[in-house]
Design a protein. Structure first.
Ligand code: M6R
Length: 364
């Protein structure tokens, strides 16, 4: 049941510290602070390319993973949504692997993408929340997310546990390819081990996010911006908001603003900026100044350092805990989920069963 929560979605948002912890327990050795993956059906050391395919929120987890695999493990990654990939007739490299990501393990396009990749001789790795699913049966190896059953149509804890598994996998790939040393592996593992505690701290911002969401519920359009791994989080924020509150929202790479979307900015468009203090912070901050100069109402999701650097220039600032930028996308997923949730509640929509949507998309 929903326990004391008004909706499954809220319950599932609040379960994240616990289920991320359960997932970490499966893949991280907490004493050695090293990653322990089951034997893979391919060797990351010699893998020519990893192809990642999924739909919706699972696709956005794959997009975060693309940045991780490329940056820390130096693995070339190709990423696509399953409905395009399945018909694209993409040539896939000999000795390559394809990773599919799915909460349900039943999404028809993702399954078809898996079958295409298999027909091209690829090894199939899947990241799944339902281990006895069709996709599981057709995979060479399943890496389970330990989110437990997800009931709300909007994916929340499945997403952050997918990110958790993918982060572990990226670290183990980096080790296999000699791209990181032992010290860095322990630092990254330690950062991951601290995520459940940091996620609990993020949830303490629920009330202030609820107040921001009341304001957002009155608007017609919302923009979400981010760079690097914050870009898929911006896309995820926009997807969540559209899906459950029916407010039009778009996510953009912050650097893409001046190539078109900045024309939309006026005092009626809230702009949610996802900007942990990482290597790209200054770049995002300057895009944010451009938005503010045009009267945009900026909702700035950052940390204490970032908030200080910006000096209270944004309309609203949410200062999240300071973390290793590597794990930031896992944590910054939470405020965008809460924003969408509270906006939907304010609008009175059916949060757990939004119109026109099914939990598992088993038809094309
Ligand atoms: O079960 P799957 O992870 O394969 O589902 C993929 C998408 O249908 C799903 O993530 C969808 O985008 C969610 N409703 C987003 O909240």
């Amino acid at each position: 049941g929903k326990g004391n929560f008004r909706h499954f979605m809220l319950k599932e948002i609040y379960e994240q510290p616990a289920v991320i912890g359960d997932t970490l327990q499966r893949y991280v050795n907490p004493l050695a602070r090293t990653i322990e993956m089951p034997a893979l059906p391919f060797d990351f050391a010699t893998l020519p390319r990893l192809t990642i395919v999924a739909c919706g929120t699972a696709y956005l987890a794959g997009m975060v993973a693309k940045y991780w695999f490329e940056q820390i493990a130096r693995v070339p990654v190709e990423l696509d949504i399953a409905s395009e990939f399945r018909y694209r007739e993409a040539p896939l490299p000999k000795g390559g692997a394809t990773m599919v990501i799915s909460q349900s393990g039943e999404t028809i396009d993702t399954l078809a993408a898996l079958r295409y990749a298999k027909s091209q001789g690829q090894k199939i790795l899947s990241v799944l929340n339902v281990p006895e699913s069709t996709i599981a049966r057709e995979s060479d190896l399943v890496l389970p997310t330990l989110a437990g059953p997800e009931i709300g149509v909007a994916s929340t804890k499945a997403f952050t546990t997918q990110l958790t598994v993918l982060a572990c996998l990226a670290i183990s790939a980096a080790r296999a390819r000699g791209a990181i040393d032992h010290k860095r592996e322990t630092e990254l593992s330690q950062a991951l081990l601290e995520v459940p505690a940091r996620a609990a701290e993020v949830l303490n911002h629920d009330e202030s996010i609820r107040r921001i969401a009341y304001d957002i519920a009155e608007t017609r359009d919302v923009l979400f911006l981010g760079r690097g791994t914050s870009y898929p989080i911006a896309l995820e924020g926009a997807l969540k908001l559209k899906e459950i509150s029916y407010i039009h929202a778009e996510g953009y790479a912050a650097g893409e603003m001046k190539h078109g979307p900045i024309a939309l900015i006026d005092e009626n468009v809230p702009v949610v900026v996802v900007a942990p203090s990482d290597d790209l912070f200054e770049k995002t901050a300057s895009n944010l100044q451009e938005v503010m100069a045009r009267g945009g109402r900026v909702i700035f999701l950052s940390d204490h350092k970032g908030a200080k650097k910006l000096g209270g220039k944004a309309a609203i600032t949410v200062a999240l805990p300071q973390v290793d930028p590597f794990v930031a996308p896992i944590l910054y997923a939470i405020p965008v989920q809460l924003l969408a949730y509270h906006a939907a509640v304010a609008k009175g929509t059916d949060v757990d069963q939004p119109r026109n949507l099914a939990k598992s998309v088993t038809v094309e």
